[in-house]
Design a protein around this ligand. Structure first.
Ligand code: MF3
Ligand code: CO
Length: 263
């Protein structure tokens, strides 16, 4: 488990600010008829313009810069010629390497008009992330985050995916500790100032069982129910958690941030 100094955390933040900038640009491209590979091509051009490197491409053989997961796809959907359709929800997961440090974030966007229940699912994934972040204070334990996430998701009548976890991040894309999205509180490593964690609840409308498609990447819900994913890279500081992959603008508008005091 790596404890990062302030200077390193500001480097990790730079990488994450590239991630969030490109994700917000991608949001404007989301519309019925758009192919997911067009999103991937755009991200790849932009990341190069910003002198960064896509972190997922080539990672364990992953073939693209983005993960684009539509509807019942949970994570690791591979961009393709598939076109978005009105009413879809799409999770976009993006990671970059910039000057030696990694950034990682994911958001779920609606395509045109979606059902109120799909909207509720997306909002719950976001809200759940912030419930987890509230626990990210020195003295707490990793599974306090897990417990807060699971409790909130289930209180909203949704289920939390168990097959994937959040993770430490910084010098590598995936570092210790793993951060499960379910479990009892008070377990696992102590949270310390200087830790940097990617917190990433993945939730489903139905059951949490997962199936992997024949492409060996795309994870879907076994019952084909809709799934949403929301992820940010967060640093633990003495002043509280700092979400490195939100822009100042996004922080101002984030509905769940206001009630809390974050760094
Ligand atoms: N955000 C995901 C993660 O934290 C992305 C990994 S996708 C991969 O694990 F393609 F790189 F595997
Ligand atoms: Co991640």
């Amino acid at each position: 488990m790596i404890i990062y100094c302030q200077e390193e955390i500001s480097s990790i933040k730079k990488s994450n600010q590239i991630v969030t900038k490109i994700l917000s640009e991608l949001r404007r491209m989301i519309a019925p008829g758009v192919q997911t590979k067009e999103l991937d091509e755009y991200a790849e051009v932009r990341v190069k313009e910003m002198n960064a490197v896509p972190a997922f491409k080539g990672y364990r053989g992953y073939p693209a810069s983005l993960c684009t997961s539509i509807n019942e796809e949970i994570v690791h959907g591979i961009p393709s010629s598939r076109r978005l359709r009105e009413g879809d929800i799409i999770s976009i997961d993006f990671g970059v390497l910039y000057e030696g440090y990694y950034g990682d974030a994911a958001v779920t966007y609606p395509v045109g008009n979606i059902t109120p229940r799909a909207k509720k699912l997306i909002e719950t994934a976001e809200e759940t992330f912030f419930k987890g972040v509230e626990q990210m204070r020195p003295g707490k334990r990793i599974s306090d985050i897990s417990f807060a996430i699971q409790s909130h998701v289930e209180s909203q009548g949704f289920s939390v995916i168990r097959a994937f976890v959040g993770h430490g991040i910084g010098l590598s894309l995936h570092e210790e500790p793993q951060v499960p999205n379910f479990g009892l509180p008070g377990r696992g490593p102590k949270i310390k100032s200087g830790m940097v964690l990617a917190i990433e609840p993945m939730i489903a409308m139905g059951d949490w069982d997962v199936e992997i498609l024949d492409d060996n990447w795309t994870a879907i819900t076994r019952d084909r129910s809709l799934s949403a994913h929301y992820e940010h890279t967060v640093a633990i500081t003495e002043k509280g958690p700092e979400i490195l992959s939100l822009s100042d603008e996004e922080k101002k508008n984030a509905p769940y941030l206001k009630e809390n005091h974050y760094a």
